[in-house]
Design a protein around this ligand. Structure first.
Ligand code: NAD
Length: 368
């Protein structure tokens, strides 16, 4: 066994069916009694219902959470909370709602109970991305880590099939990069493989029947496992590219992850063969990159950045942004290959030629 460092994160996880009924008990367990319930506008009814059920434990609802956590929205929520004397936060929704809760907690240190309804995994991480004057910035701070996560399978049954697929692949991206992370350790590697297997098995069943409870349960478990990996070890090229592309060109989050993942893995695979081999084997493909590209095709997921709204003109700027800072990555970053990767993803071509170039040049496994 190689030497390693693993830091466990302090979060209580409740997983099951109908578990939303446990929210009130969790508020009381934390010794609190004035919760602000957060959601996006489409999930306002769900937030309102929970607030009604919480009765005197609820201080009200704020239903304006938005993608990428714009700070203007956080400021509006803070004003509402000040007027209502709020002492804790309850987020019901996907990564956008969790993001608002975390941004709020960063500024107030209020405890958070998160009830996730997508597979984004943000609830399991001390990471917060925020949008300020068009720029997306990311920070890591234990203040933003939720105290309690309540996973309720029932709430995921309404997640549309297409969003289930991209959200599920977004989760798989956390685990795939955890496999070759510079901080990889036996705990996160096992959890990553567990999460990847759960999602790879569940997503094809969910597109056939979005109400398949067993498949939904596996996918939600996978989301927790993959999110925990994201929260525990540093991410690399794939997450950097998605951050740049989705944040700077206003592309949707989980769809961008879905398109870029096979290409980012193809770039890194020559330098991370051992780490990615179990994923390739699990997917029954010669490489992890090919396996994920094939899975996306089978699930009818978007495969090109063009269909998400990115243009050829954006390629140079995206490449510059992607190589602008150094960060640990199995394969050194070289501008021409990153541009080729982004072009492949833009056009939706199968991943590979830029990876093959690396193999031909005999690049070794080093952390850039
Ligand atoms: P989202 O939260 O924006 O949800 C997408 C849409 O689906 C919203 O309209 C939402 O209301 C709706 N929705 C959610 N669950 C539903 C359900 N069960 N049934 C019907 N509709 C439902 O999307 P997301 O992909 O979950 O989150 C994306 C955001 O999360 C991005 O801002 C991203 O940066 C952030 N994120 C952060 C981390 C982190 O660790 N900080 C990790 C992953 C994602």
């Amino acid at each position: 066994m190689r030497a390693f460092i693993y830091t466990a994160l302090p979060v209580r996880v409740i997983f099951g069916r109908g578990t939303i009924s446990r929210v009130a008990d969790e508020v009381r367990r934390l010794g609190l009694n004035r919760a602000l319930v957060l959601s996006t506008p489409p999930q306002a009814d769900q937030a309102g219902k929970l607030s009604t059920e919480l009765a005197q434990l609820s201080a009200g609802v704020f239903t304006h959470a938005a993608m990428h956590t714009p700070i203007e929205i956080t400021e509006q929520a803070l004003q509402v909370a000040q007027r209502s004397n709020v002492d804790c936060l309850i987020a019901v929704g996907g990564g956008s709602t969790t993001g608002l809760s975390k941004a709020f907690a960063l500024r107030t240190d209020l405890p958070q109970i998160v009830v996730p309804t997508t597979y984004a995994g943000s609830e399991a991480t001390p990471i917060l991305g925020q949008l300020e004057q068009g720029q997306k910035t990311t920070l890591r701070d234990l203040k933003v880590l939720p105290e309690v996560i309540i996973y309720d399978i029932e709430l995921t049954l309404t997640l549309p099939a297409a969003l289930s697929v991209t959200s599920g692949i977004n989760a798989m991206a956390h685990a795939a990069e955890a496999l070759y992370s510079s901080g990889a350790n036996p705990v996160t590697t096992q959890l990553a493989l567990n999460g990847l297997a759960a999602l790879a098995g569940a997503l094809p069943k969910i597109i056939c029947d979005p109400t398949d409870g067993e498949a939904r349960s596996d996918a939600l478990y996978g989301a927790w496992a993959c999110g925990t990996c994201l929260g525990s070890v540093g991410m690399a090229l794939h997450h950097k590219l998605c951050h740049v592309v989705a944040g700077s060109f206003d592309l949707p989050h989980s769809e961008t992850h879905t398109v870029i993942l096979p290409h980012a893995l193809a770039y890194n695979e020559p330098a991370a063969k051992e780490a990615l081999r179990p994923l390739a084997t699990m997917l029954g493909a010669p490489t992890a990159a090919q396996g994920l590209f094939d899975l996306a095709r089978k699930l009818n997921a978007p495969r090109s950045l063009k269909e998400l709204g990115m243009t050829h003109e954006a390629l140079d700027l995206a490449t510059d942004l992607a190589v602008s800072n150094s960060y640990p990555n199995p394969r050194p970053l070289d501008r021409a290959s990153i541009r080729a990767l982004l072009e492949e993803a833009l056009e939706g071509r199968p991943p590979g030629p830029q990876a093959k170039a690396a193999q031909d040049q005999g690049q070794e496994s080093v952390h850039a």
